[in-house]
Design a protein around this ligand. Structure first.
Ligand code: ADP
Length: 332
């Protein structure tokens, strides 16, 4: 089925093709007419010279001042036609390119917004439904201690999920609105340990290996890097579904930076998606085929925060499978 957007695009291509062909035809016509006018004027000149008795032969005629002047005028006009035609075609091509770029961007934004709406609806609804169910169970039934603990744990997990979502939404708004951070020296080990313990509370089955060899001090805004770590770790868990959720965090120091690496043995990220995943609302695949839920905001925020720290982020592949996110932060 041809969508309205496609129809407009086809119509635009048709109009542009028509414009180009019409212009090419007019240019050729103008060029030929100019040539005809020159030949007619040269003929008139020749007849005049014959009448005055000064025409000797064609070489002599073509060397005469009057013919030379006519020829120069004709060549100038020829260049003018060629110049204008090239300029027109160039502006048209630039115009088409700009239009096409805008069009592709618009499609992209529409796709992202659709993805975002679909995912955010799920991300909000499912923990709310979970918490509601727990509260209703508490209201209706008398539960023993174990059941109470389990349900409370479930409700807390859902609350954390909502909390992360709200934090991400607030952070996204902050990043887009002249985001300024106040950096202070902080021990990254402490922060990593704290985030690991938060993640373990929510996902007791997940294994996270972290063995710092020494203290690593970096200039960071603690709250912001906390969000970075939570997002990277939650992704590492989420995209390791069905695999052994064995996650590693490591810290390495070089001349200028401390590299904070979060590695997983999950599904990995193809090379052609490594840049895209940092785009707002971008999620690999489509909403219909994906099994994991999310908003596509996490890595966009992570990158925004890292860049505000004047740091860098990159994704590497792991062998045989999985990804490693390397966040480089300015060391103290
Ligand atoms: P979300 O996880 O909410 O979809 P993110 O911005 O955090 O959004 O991630 C964007 C996309 O990048 C994800 O949808 C997923 O396709 C991919 N991705 C992120 N982290 C990983 C990872 N550790 N392993 C594989 N794919 C990942």
């Amino acid at each position: 089925m041809i969508t309205a957007g496609r129809k407009i695009r086809l119509l635009t291509i048709f109009i542009i093709a028509y414009l180009l062909m019409a212009f090419a035809w007019w240019s050729v016509l103008l060029y030929t007419k100019n040539k005809d006018a020159f030949e007619a004027k040269a003929e008139l000149l020749r007849i005049g010279m014959v009448a005055e008795g000064i025409y000797q032969n064609e070489t002599n005629f073509q060397q005469s001042a009057a013919y030379q002047e006519l020829n120069q005028k004709y060549t100038r006009q020829e260049w003018m036609i060629l110049g204008e035609a090239s300029l027109f075609i160039l502006s048209l091509v630039i115009g088409i390119w700009l239009m096409n770029r805008g069009f592709v961007k618009e499609i992209d934004v529409a796709r992202q917004q659709r993805n975002f709406l679909l995912s955010i609806t799920h991300e909000l609804k499912s923990p709310i439904a979970g918490i509601k169910l727990v509260l209703e169970t508490f209201k209706k039934r008398a539960l023993n201690e174990d059941q109470t603990r389990q349900l409370t744990h479930n409700a807390l997990q859902d609350t954390e999920r909502l909390n992360t979502l709200v934090n991400n939404l607030l952070m996204a708004a902050r990043i887009e609105d002249a985001y300024e951070i106040s950096l202070e020296p902080h021990n990254l080990n402490e922060l990593v340990e704290q985030v690991i313990s938060e993640i373990r509370q929510r996902n007791p089955a997940v294994e996270i290996n972290f063995k710092p060899e020494k203290d690593y001090l970096a200039f960071i805004e603690v709250g912001a890097i906390h969000i970075v770590l939570i997002n990277l770790l939650e992704n590492a868990i989420k995209y390791s579904q069905g695999e052994i959720k064995n996650i590693e965090i490591s810290l390495q120091q070089n001349d200028q930076f401390i590299d904070l690496c979060v590695s997983d043995h999950g599904i990995g990220i193809p090379d052609n998606e490594k840049e895209n995943v940092f785009m707002k609302f971008y999620r690999v695949g489509s909403e219909d085929t994906r099994s994991t839920k999310g908003t596509g905001l996490g890595l966009y925020i992570v990158k925004g925060i890292v860049e505000a720290h004047k740091g860098k982020i990159k994704i590497e592949d792991r062998i045989p499978n999985g990804s490693r996110f390397v966040v480089s932060l300015l060391k103290v």
